[in-house]
Write a protein that binds this ligand. Sequence first.
Ligand SMILES: Nc1ncnc2c1ncn2[C@@H]1O[C@H](COP(=O)(O)OP(=O)(O)O)[C@@H](O)[C@H]1O
Ligand SMILES: [Mg+2]
Length: 347
Amino acid sequence: MIAALDQPKIQAILTSLVEGVIIFDLDGQVIVANHIAERIFHTARGTLVGKTMQAISPNNGELVAMVDEAVSGGKETFAETMLGTHNQVYRVVVRPIKNDSGQMEGTVVVFHDITDIRNFAQVRSEFAGNVSHELRTPLTSIKGFVETLLDGAMANADTCRRFLTIIDTETDRLSRLIEDLLTLSSIESKEKLIQPVPVNLAHSIRTVINMLGPQISEKDLMVKFIYPPEMPLVHADEDLLGQVLINLLDNAIKYTPIRGVVTIRCRERESRIVITVTDTGVGIPEDSIPRVFERFYRVDKARTRSQGGTGLGLSIVKHIVESHGGQVFVKSEVGKGSTFGVCFLTV
Ligand SMILES: Nc1ncnc2c1ncn2[C@@H]1O[C@H](COP(=O)(O)OP(=O)(O)O)[C@@H](O)[C@H]1O
Ligand SMILES: [Mg+2]
């Protein structure tokens, strides 16, 4: 009989589990419950003992019925249910305990917290929805212009050129989106394999400034690069560090009107280098600031779309920086400009 078992020993075993466990006797009353189970039902130490499932959780009819079916019918069941005040989702398994000769000795109920798994699945499916939407928008536009051309608009050389230019722009957007999505998924799959090497940050920054040279001159921007005379090397995957710098500088350029100033500054702080990119651009409204690192978030969808943004850049930045053990931050004022900061560990 379970009741005869060494209770402290059972308790010790149950305490080491991450699942909530409650064991009922043949009458459906609790013999033992571990502290996770007590936490799920918000009760004090030892107070579940002697109670029935009905008394423990009167509002959860499903759970009460499951335990009843096990206690009186020897039936094994499982379900997913919400318990507790924080909307935690649990997978609950109710299983009769039988001895070697098949006689019922009691019932065990195990509560496995699957909230994170469920949330993750939801984030995934939202992401897939967003991706489909973002891909469909340029595709619909391309399809529309192609059809109009085939319907006869092709005959007019000016119209033809204008429509083809739009198609060209939309095709570029599609490839940028796909490139950003590939970057995101490659960081996700590489996350545990990132092998940081000592990188000369000043060199990486100069390379990126040169790469974006055409956009900088096109807007007649001034770019300043300020860094300490003896800057230590940083620990980073060089390609990914480059992605971070490109995205930050690209935004600073894109969201700053002509003849503005972009300042890239490196400072040494304890065992880190903090890199900030400050611009004199349009700035970000206060309520949007906490959201700019979200995937596909854009302050002004229409405007940024016309500038070819995918809304993935900063989420890529955050992902990369955090997978290197660093942090990101942002300060901004509408009409004055923004500062984006990231940090990397020094060697
Ligand atoms: N330097 C900046 N100045 C003003 N707004 C910015 C800046 N950087 C980012 N943002 C805002 O944050 C949004 C998300 O940035 P990001 O993820 O890089 O996407 P996007 O592809 O639109 O550049 C942008 O659409 C823009 O609204
Ligand atoms: Mg961007």
